[in-house]
Every structure is written in structure tokens, then in C-alpha cells.
Design a protein around this ligand. Structure first.
Ligand code: ADP
Ligand code: MG
Length: 726
């Protein structure tokens, strides 16, 4: 048995028994399990009085204001249903600006005068909560005493039950708002952005003669990448525990170069985690569909079927929570950080996005008729124009210290936002553009691309994995979203910029239709101009190359390399006028978001700097000194026997120098991290320009030592172990 704790861990892991299953679909079929813990439309129909059910569904489907008189009836039905499922408590569940979820539980129990107790839950308690919750970041929105925080029921996301071995809780999705009406969360702006997009999309559909659709929803399917490593290793790495990523670690001999992990057979323990997690999620009505091994060793992916943005966002938060919870049950830890391991692929969250009517028509699905194709082309063009015009804001929506390690590194999409359309669609748009040029010259009735659009295959064969924003047959895939982020923010921005673009296109078409009554002609007048406008954002090549970066600069596309650069845009003129125009964020709310983003960035890097320093001083340095003493001792012993060896003396020299470099770098980091300029923006820049480089220097010194010092002294699990031993 080894004395080294790392060796002990490895032996423990090797000796672990095979996993025992918990999920059994033979006694209960998936279709029984799916949604059993959701107060779904079906349950509502069964349990609510008919009129109440109808009124509630109207609110859910048409987005109309909730009729307060039905709240009591809904609350009673919800409570009875929850208690039958073992619930003792209820909670308002919300998404503060920390990017996580928050919950405060209250019991159903109300004591009676006679010393008994009743289970009660009123409409008032359902509709509104006052958790106050004043410790969440508010970015100055709650500086005044009257700015209490309260939660408001979101009927468009159904309540559900969260199970625990010691009881269940009824969870009610809510918005989190201040008394003054400011959004203190991520859900409220998302709902507002969906409303803004719906209004403009319906306007465009009316132009195309659609008189029946009442609402357009944005849809999202988020593919989540994550790492699983053994819990023993995790707990032995203070950097993983405190910052979510490894701040030290030499490059392992084997990384992902053999490409043997991607879509490989899934290890038993990992598959057991996936299956139990899926089971839990299916019960909550999260439509989990796909699971597989990802590119990096120990990296995996889970993807659901798409849903409306609001529901998909709530469900995505549950996915992240379940990943963590269930992995833990099997002795593993789920890492959601964008870059847990340097030099190994990071994790993203591909955000598949489209728009669909309440009648089920996907507006980004190329149709079979010229009319349907024209409509598709206009919606598609509006989306591409939005990404061109507001690429900076889109980049801003995925900013954060952890995602900075991924965006722009040589794997994930770069920080430059461009659009990949695929060969066919690119060709169609260039026909559209040229067609118009001809028609304006000759003035005749010529057919432009809209009438000739060939049937596009749903799944265009050539997929450009390097593009940050790619059209994939019937949806766009926004790939710059980070694995640890809530998808609420990126989708809020995406919905709003497309709403603006649809508004713009509607304006143009309506104007054209005043002179020509023919829709096809109006489109032919408007579309070519749009294509000309957004053309610079189209890029089909390899997004990683320096040539593209130079080309993008020539085209005037913003390259916001890091969070600090991107965050500056939040309160810029363009952002304020866009978001206030569509009532998605007020100017005050934008200021608060900027402050929170900057504060978070500063704090994240502070925590990393302190963790790195402590690990260097108290773990790595002592281990290195031990080894140094050992080498010195060996040389002395040899010398006592009359043997002098130059190579051993050189080894000692090398170790001493490397240790000295480590200590120097650690002290330098302490010095840099101890100072900070005043003002949030200045401080954030300082973190980026002074603290991060000092951390990188320290890491370099430590990683060199990892390859020099005797393995048995090294205190931290190594990359070759964390990534491959399970
Ligand atoms: P991949 O990109 O890995 O090939 P898929 O094409 O299977 O994966 O789809 C990825 C995700 O896109 C899934 O979550 C799927 O539900 C989602 N998706 C499909 N259609 C739409 C849509 N219209 N709107 C939003 N998401 C969609
Ligand atoms: Mg994908």
C-alpha cells in the first residue's frame, strides 16, 4: 500500500465495486415516468374546474394577464396534487443574477386553535412571494430601502415536484422583481424579449397573409457539454473546488489526440449517471433526448428536445442541477466550467434557436412552395441582419471570466461573431442580391431567388463546427454560449435583436406595399438590400485561422476578445436604445447588469488568484522542497562514499532554480493581487492585464516542477489521472 495520498485514491477507485442500478423501466414504462412530477396541462385539466382551467390556459398560451380570481382555485388543486406526491413544502423558484437558481421553502402546515394543523396554500401565496432575498447582487437596483424583492408566479412554466429522500417540495417557477418594478432576475427580461419578438413576427406573418397565428414563440434546444471526474480527485484539488477549473497541471502524455473518446462506448459508471439523471429529468418533464461522449477525455454531452425559450431555460437550469446531484451519488463530480483543463477542449452549450407559431409552424424551416420559401427567406434574412448589426451585443451576452478561456482559444468558436449559412443558402442569398441588381437596371419582372429556392435538405451535410452562429437546416445554432451559463441572457439578446430586425423589415415591406400591391414585388424590392447589408457577417471558412481574424477586421466585425471589452457595450448607446425600445431592459436595469458582470469578473479572478497563491505556497512549494532535500541528501550520501557526479549536481541545481522561480512567481502574484485600482472598470481591466498574467507565470513555474519532482511527492492529482482514471 502506498503512503502517497494520490496513489491511495487511485487504489480506492480501482477497487470500487461495479455500479448497482436504481432505474427500472421494466416495472414502469418511460411514458408513465415522463412528466409524472409536473403540474402539467393534463393534470390541470383533470383537477381544475373547467372555467378555471380555460382561464389559466388562456394566460399560458396567449400570454394574457392572469385573472386573479382563479388563483385560489389553482392553488388548492396544486397543493392537493403536491401533497399526494409527498410534498410537505412549497417554494418560489427564481433565477437571480448570479446565474443560478434560488429557492426558499415554506411548509404547507398551518397550526389550528385546537392544537392541530392544516395543510394550507392560498392563491396569494401562489401568485406572489416576498423572499426579500436582499443578499443577491442587484447592481444598485435595490440601494433604496423601499426596493424590496418579490417573486411573481410565471404560469407559462408549470410547477413541479422535487424529490428528496426525506420529503418532496412543490416548486413554482417565478420571476424576481423589485418593488419598483425592476427585473432582479434573468427570467423577466427573457419573457419580455419573447413578447417583443412575438409582436414583430406576427406583424410579418400578417404581411404574408397569415391571419390565424396569435403568437410566435422562440424555441431553444440547448446541448450541454460537461466533464465527469472521480470525486476523490476533485476534493484533492482546491482549485477545482473553489474555482471550477485547474489552475495548475502539466500537459499529460495523452490528451485527445487519438480522438478515441468522441462518440466512444460509454463507461459503466458514467452511463449509470446519465441514465439516473435522465430518469430524474424525465419525471420533471424535461424532454432529454441525446447522450454521448464528447471530444475531450472525460467529457460528455446531454441534449433535450427543443421547447419554448422560457421552458427550455428553466429546464436547462434543472439539467445542470441534476448533473451535479446525480454524479455525486456515483462518486463523481460534474464540472460545468468552460475550461476545467488547459490544453484540452472546453465545454460549451450550443444554443439551437428558432421561431415557431402557436400553430406549430417553424418559421426557419424552408418550405415547399415559393410562397413559403419567400416567408422563410425573409425571416432568415432578418435573423442574419440582426446578428450582423448586433454581433457585439451577442458576444456580450456570453461574456464571463470562465468563458474567456474558451472563446477565441483554438477550439471553440472565436469571439468574432459571424454566420455560417451553408453553400446552398449562401448561393440563394447571392442570387437574391444579384437578381435585384438586374431588376433595378432593366426594370422588368424577373424572378429572383425567392421563386427558385431549391428544396433545402433539413440537415445540410457540411457542418461548419468552427462557426459561432450556424444555420443547421431549420434553426440557428449559437455556439458561443458557455457550459456554465444560464441560457436566459443569450436568448434575451437574441430575441431582442431579431425583434428589432423584424420590425425593420416589416417597416420596409409595409412601405413597399404602399406603392406595389404585390407582395412578391415588395419582397424583391426589400430583400436584396438586406442581403447587401448583412453580407459582411457571412463566413463559410475556418473561423480559427489568423487570416479570418484579419479579414473580419477588414469587414468591420467587432472582435471583443474578453469579458472586459464586451461588458463595456452593455450601457452603450446602441444597447440602451435597443433594449429600452422593446421594453426588455430599462436603462437602470442595463446599468445594474453591467455592474454585476464587472463585479463578478473581478471576484472570479480574485478567487482564482488567491487559490493559486495558497496552493503554490502551502502545497506545491513544500512538496518541491521535500524533493529538493531528498536529492541533496542523495548527493551528500554519494559524496560521503567518495562519489561525485556532475549530472546529479546539475539535477539539484535545476530543482533549486525551478523552486526559486516558483516562489518568485508566487510572491509576484501576491504583490499584484494585493493592489487594485479604484473603480469597477479599471479594476476589471487590472484583473485582466495584471492578475491573469501573473497567475499564468506562476502556473508555468509549477507545471515545470510537476514534470521534475518525484511523483510520490506531488500533492495534486495530475491531468493523466483525473482525465483517464474512473
Ligand atoms: P447536433 O447539432 O449535435 O447535430 P441536433 O441537430 O440533433 O444536434 O439538434 C440539436 C438540438 O437542436 C436539439 O436539442 C434539438 O431539439 C434542437 N432543435 C431542433 N429543432 C429546433 C428548433 N426548431 N428550435 C430550436 N431548437 C431546435
Ligand atoms: Mg449541435
Amino acid at each position: 500500500m502506498s503512503e502517497n495520498t494520490r496513489q491511495q485514491m487511485i487504489q480506492t477507485i480501482a477497487g470500487m465495486n461495479t455500479v448497482t442500478g436504481t432505474v427500472d423501466y421494466t416495472s414502469r414504462a418511460v411514458k408513465e415516468v415522463y412528466g409524472e412530477h409536473v403540474f402539467s396541462e393534463r393534470v390541470q385539466r383533470e383537477r381544475l374546474p373547467k372555467t378555471v382551467f380555460k382561464t389559466l390556459q388562456k394566460t399560458v398560451k396567449a400570454g394574457t394577464e392572469l385573472d386573479p380570481t382563479i388563483a385560489d382555485a389553482v392553488a388548492v388543486a396544486m397543493k392537493d396534487w403536491a401533497i399526494e406526491h409527498g410534498a410537505t413544502h412549497f417554494c418560489h423558484w427564481f433565477q437571480p443574477m448570479t446565474g443560478t437558481t434560488a429557492e426558499k421553502h415554506d411548509s404547507f402546515i398551518t397550526p389550528t386553535n385546537e392544537g392541530g394543523a392544516l395543510a394550507e396554500f392560498s392563491g396569494k401565496e401562489l401568485v406572489r412571494g416576498e423572499p426579500d432575498a436582499s443578499s443577491f447582487p442587484s447592481g444598485g437596483l435595490r440601494a433604496t430601502f423601499e426596493a424590496r424583492g418579490y417573486t411573481a408566479w410565471d404560469p407559462s412554466s408549470p410547477a413541479f415536484i422535487l424529490d428528496n429522500p426525506n420529503g418532496a417540495t412543490l416548486v413554482i417557477p417565478t420571476m424576481f422583481i423589485s418593488w419598483t418594478g425592476d427585473a432582479l432576475d434573468k427570467k423577466t427580461p427573457l419573457l419580455r424579449s419573447m413578447q417583443a419578438l412575438s409582436t414583430q413576427a406576427i406583424r410579418l406573418l400578417r404581411i404574408f397573409g397569415n391571419t390565424t397565428a396569435k403568437r410566435v414563440y422562440t424555441t431553444v434546444g440547448a446541448e450541454q457539454e460537461y466533464f465527469l471526474i472521480d470525486k476523490h480527485f476533485y476534493f484533492a484539488r482546491p482549485d477545482l473546488v473553489n474555482t471550477g477549473r485547474t489552475l495548475f497541471g502539466a500537459k499529460p502524455p495523452k490528451g485527445q489526440e487519438l480522438e478515441d473518446q468522441y462518440f466512444g462506448a460509454i463507461a459503466d459508471r458514467v452511463l449509470a449517471i446519465m441514465a439516473e439523471m435522465e430518469y430524474e429529468l424525465l419525471r420533471l418533464g424535461v424532454p432529454i433526448k441525446t447522450r454521448h461522449n464528447e471530444v475531450a477525455p472525460a467529457q460528455y454531452e446531454i441534449a433535450p428536445l427543443f421547447e419554448t425559450s422560457n421552458l427550455a431555460t428553466d429546464h436547462q437550469m434543472l439539467v445542470m442541477e441534476m448533473l451535479r446531484k446525480v454524479a455525486n451519488r456515483y462518486g463523481m463530480t460534474c464540472l460545468l466550467h468552460e475550461k476545467p483543463f488547459a490544453g484540452i477542449n472546453g465545454s460549451g452549450k450550443h444554443n439551437n434557436w428558432s421561431m415557431a407559431t402557436d400553430e406549430g409552424e417553424n418559421l426557419l424551416n424552408p418550405g415547399d412552395t415559393p410562397h413559403a420559401n419567400a416567408q422563410f427567406l425573409v425571416f432568415c434574412a432578418a435573423a442574419v441582419r440582426a446578428v450582423h448589426k448586433y454581433g457585439g451585443l451577442l458576444r456580450m451576452s456570453v461574456a464571463g471570466a470562465s468563458n474567456d478561456h474558451r472563446l477565441g482559444a483554438n477550439e471553440a468558436p472565436p469571439a468574432i461573431i459571424s454566420v455560417f449559412l451553408g453553400e446552398q443558402l449562401t448561393d440563394v442569398f447571392s442570387q437574391v442580391e444579384k437578381g435585384a441588381a438586374k431588376s433595378s437596371k432593366k426594370g422588368g419582372d424577373i424572378k429572383v431567388g425567392v421563386n427558385m429556392l431549391p428544396k433545402l435538405p433539413r440537415d445540410a451535410g457540411d457542418r461548419n463546427r468552427t462557426s459561432p452562429f450556424a444555420f443547421t437546416g431549420n434553426k440557428f445554432e449559437f455556439r458561443a454560449v458557455g457550459s456554465s451559463q444560464s441560457v436566459a441572457g443569450p436568448n434575451t439578446v437574441l430575441n431582442t435583436i431579431v425583434a428589432e430586425s423584424l420590425d425593420y423589415v416589416c417597416g420596409k415591406l409595409e412601405k413597399a406595399l404602399k406603392t406595389t400591391k404585390d407582395l412578391a414585388k415588395a419582397i424583391q424590392q426589400v430583400l436584396p438590400g438586406l442581403v447587401k447589408e448583412f453580407k459582411p457577417v457571412l463566413f463559410e471558412g475556418d473561423n480559427y485561422t489568423p487570416e479570418w481574424h484579419a479579414e473580419a477586421e477588414r469587414r468591420g466585425l467587432p472582435n471583443l476578445r474578453n469579458t472586459v471589452d464586451a461588458v463595456a457595450l452593455v450601457t452603450g448607446k446602441e444597447s440602451v436604445s435597443l433594449f429600452t425600445k422593446y421594453h426588455v431592459y430599462s436603462a437602470r436595469e442595463l446599468h445594474s447588469r453591467q455592474e454585476i458582470l464587472l463585479e463578478r469578473y473581478i471576484k472570479d479572478i480574485n478567487i482564482e488568484a488567491q487559490t493559486a497563491s495558497q496552493m503554490a505556497h502551502t502545497m506545491i512549494l513544500p512538496a518541491c522542497l521535500k524533493y529538493q532535500a531528498k536529492v541533496a541528501e542523495a548527493i551528500q550520501a554519494a559524496s560521503a562514499c567518495g562519489i561525485e557526479d556532475a549530472t546529479q549536481a546539475a539535477l539539484l541545481q535545476e530543482v533549486v532554480e525551478a523552486v526559486s522561480a516558483l516562489r518568485t512567481a508566487a510572491l509576484a502574484l501576491d504583490d499584484v493581487a494585493g493592489k487594485a485600482p479604484h473603480g469597477a472598470m479599471a479594476h476589471a481591466k487590472y484583473q485582466r492585464d495584471a492578475v491573469l498574467p501573473a497567475m499564468a507565470d506562476l502556473r508555468k513555474a509549477a507545471d515545470e516542477l510537476e514534470l521534475l519532482v518525484a511523483d510520490e511527492y506531488w500533492p495534486l492529482p495530475k491531468y493523466r489521472e483525473m482525465l483517464f482514471i474512473r
